[in-house]
Design a protein around this ligand. Sequence first.
Ligand code: NAP
Length: 257
Amino acid sequence: MSATGTPIAVITGASSGIGAATARHLAAAGHHVVVTARRKDRIEALAAELTAAGHLATAYALDVTDRAAVDAFAAELDRFPSVNVLVNNAGGALGADPVATGDPADWRQMYETNVIGTLHVTQALLPALTASGDGTVVVLSSTAGHGTYEGGAGYVAAKHGAHVLAETLRLEIVGTPVRVIEIAPGMVRTEEFASTRFRGDEEKAAKVYEGVAEPLTADDVADTITWAITRPSHVNVDLLLLRPRAQASNTKVHREV
Ligand code: NAP
């Protein structure tokens, strides 16, 4: 809580998509949001927008793969009386190549961001979350953390890692006042996810959503995250998997063409 009793929520990867939407939703739900990502200009603009709307928001530039930077960030948070919520959202996919030809560098980078990044920030903030007496760790995995699809193995492997991190942490810290919530979305149309995956090839990125009536939006996922966080403290939403109605599985998508 802040000095005024406002809960503090840290969100990684808040410079776009689901992370930015989650910051807006958690701020509206009464949290002081600490928004982090590598692109300083974007998180500063988001913090300014939220502050202008009467919310409490602080921006902090952070690369979750940089352990020293994450530790310095955790030390910086000592100025708050406590940290109540951590949303591990930073992550994403790179490439959609088959196992036979996938680039090991892409696989490494996805593991570094989605798994090691989540590990870094969770380890660094767990003492403060525990000391708060009522902490919540959210891990944004994916339906890719629960089943595979052709061309997705590098991302699928990384998101399975994020899922295992969440599930194991929940076992290990049971009895402490910290919940571990995993949110696993299916197809979400955000501005950057597919474009990053295909390295700026907007044609390929658009194909991901082609003919799909209503993919999930960043707001849909942010709403779900905020719902899970705002349940009473003794209620632990272990795992919430959500998809658009048009997507029955990772490989079965209804397209109107
Ligand atoms: P996005 O718009 O591409 O956002 C990714 C965010 O992660 C950005 O804010 C980016 O900010 C940040 N990020 C990337 N690498 C980082 C690093 N090393 N350190 C700190 N921040 C980093 O994607 P999104 O769709 O909102 O996805 C958000 C999360 O949901 C990801 O974990 C993604 O895997 C997951 N997810 C997405 C979907 C989907 O269909 N879109 C489905 C299921 C799960 P900077 O570049 O400024 O650092």
